[in-house]
Design a binder for this molecule. Structure first.
Ligand SMILES: [Fe+2]
Length: 375
């Protein structure tokens, strides 16, 4: 009896709830992620670049190896983890949050609580990043269980030496029972948002660009962003704004003499706008905590750190308005892949030590720089 072997992969746009207007996120059904056919990958890639975050449900059996292979399809020559070995640096702000899977070093374990054994890691203690470790002013202990912040809006990227990964995949392996928290911006606007505890929040950097004035769009298309050398060590003593969108300028960045040796040729200067390879849209894509200087089209350099941050924050803040935030309500087995060149994302929430949560994160330093606006 002949049976149909027709492709059954389908893409379903995630509907924003009432009051939200974001237009990112799609669920992909019917894909075999253990063995992705060329035809299925074309559908997945197009869906990724059109929706910027794609979600596959019920993927718990997917091994770290398969997660790596799937993630690498977006950039086949890329083989090394997005941060290289820089996580080893104890002073990096990323150091406490990520543990490398020994047999698949491009895949990191993140989460919360004590785990006896997971993928070759024994007796690990995971710690969900809490905003009080990074924000200048934290929510008080009495309000901390029911309220949270955006921890740190970012692009997944070393931003020194290595190129920003094209995509990141995130697998929810273990998710404690959640209830909603109130996410507070605490920036004087009164903005707030209900989010599932431990949600990963995403915003579209294309929307962020579209919201700019024509004058700012021109500035964005023609300006380059210079990142600090060893940015995650450089920023390790500084503290974030309450909206998680960049750092307060209190002069707390480490002096160059306190950083590992700096190779000038490895300092990253990237366009402020990155082009979507499928839709051609421009994203305003800046890592707000790691930015150090802005280089204008005429070669003028804006190097006053406070001024640089004020400019970047003024341009980015409209794009993280509550109605534009897609906050994933994780379920065990969810695998998300996001366009790391077209969204900003951040962890949210806080957990008690006994609330065990395990995620696997994978990305690779890209084989080429992001597409600038002129290509
Ligand atoms: Fe990230």
């Amino acid at each position: 009896m002949p049976h149909s072997t027709a492709n059954s992969i389908t893409v379903h746009k995630i509907q924003a709830p009432a009051g939200s207007t974001y237009d990112i996120g799609a669920e992909i059904r019917g894909a075999n992620l253990e063995n992705v056919s060329d035809a299925d990958f074309e559908v997945i890639r197009k869906a990724l670049y059109e929706n910027n975050v794609v979600l596959f449900k019920n993927q718990l059996p997917l091994s770290p190896r398969s997660q790596y292979e799937l993630t690498r399809l977006f950039d086949p020559p890329a083989t090394g983890y997005g941060h290289g070995k820089t996580l080893d640096a104890k002073r990096s702000v990323l150091h406490p949050d990520l543990k490398t899977i020994p047999h698949q070093p491009q895949v990191q374990v993140i989460g919360n609580g004590s785990v006896a054994s997971f993928e070759g890691l024994e007796n690990i203690k995971l710690k969900h990043p809490h905003h009080k470790a990074f924000h200048k002013i934290a929510i008080g202990p009495e309000d901390d269980r029911d309220n949270t912040r955006f921890y740190r809006w970012h692009i997944d990227a070393a931003l020194y030496d290595l190129e920003p990964p094209r995509v990141t995949s995130l697998m929810a392996v273990k998710v404690p029972k959640t209830r909603y928290q109130t996410l507070r911006y605490d920036d004087g606007t009164g903005d707030k948002l209900q989010v599932p505890r431990g949600s990963t929040a995403f915003v579209s950097s294309y929307k962020m660009y579209d919201l700019l004035s024509e004058e700012d769009k021109e500035f964005a298309r023609t300006t380059k962003v210079q990142y600090a050398p060893h940015p995650y060590i450089w920023m390790s003593s500084s503290r974030s704004r309450s909206d998680g969108l960049g750092i307060e300028s209190d002069g707390l960045e480490l002096d160059y003499s306190e950083l590992p040796p700096i190779d000038e040729s490895k300092i990253k200067v990237l366009p402020m706008c990155w082009k979507n390879p499928v839709t051609g849209q421009l994203a305003l894509q800046i890592h707000p905590s790691a930015v150090q200087k802005l280089i204008r089209a005429d070669g003028t350099v804006i190097d006053d750190l406070k001024e640089v941050r004020e400019i970047v924050h003024r341009m980015q803040r409209p794009g993280i308005a509550p109605e534009l935030v897609f906050a994933i309500d994780w379920e065990e087995g969810d695998l998300a892949i996001f366009n790391n060149h077209g969204v900003l994302h951040t962890v949210t929430g806080s957990f008690l030590p006994e609330e065990v949560r395990i995620f696997r994160q994978c990305n690779m330093a890209a084989s080429s720089p992001p597409l600038g606006p002129e290509v």
